[in-house]
Design a protein around this ligand. Structure first.
Ligand code: SF4
Length: 46
């Protein structure tokens, strides 16, 4: 599975990247969506 093409510019990702308390949730999300098989289901992508 390739990374989402939006990962570098994604505003969702950028927003939570700054928040230390969100890192764990963000990692889980990124692995499932941005870098995983749920990528096509991402609501941000629409
Ligand atoms: S999968 Fe969604 S949240 Fe993740 S980088 Fe792509 S558009 Fe952004």
């Amino acid at each position: 599975m390739t990374d989402c093409p939006n990962l570098a510019t994604c505003s969702f990702f950028k927003k939570y990247e700054q928040d230390a308390s969100m890192q764990l949730a963000l990692q889980g999300f990124v692995n499932k969506y941005c870098k995983g098989d749920k990528q096509s289901q991402c609501v941000r992508k629409k």
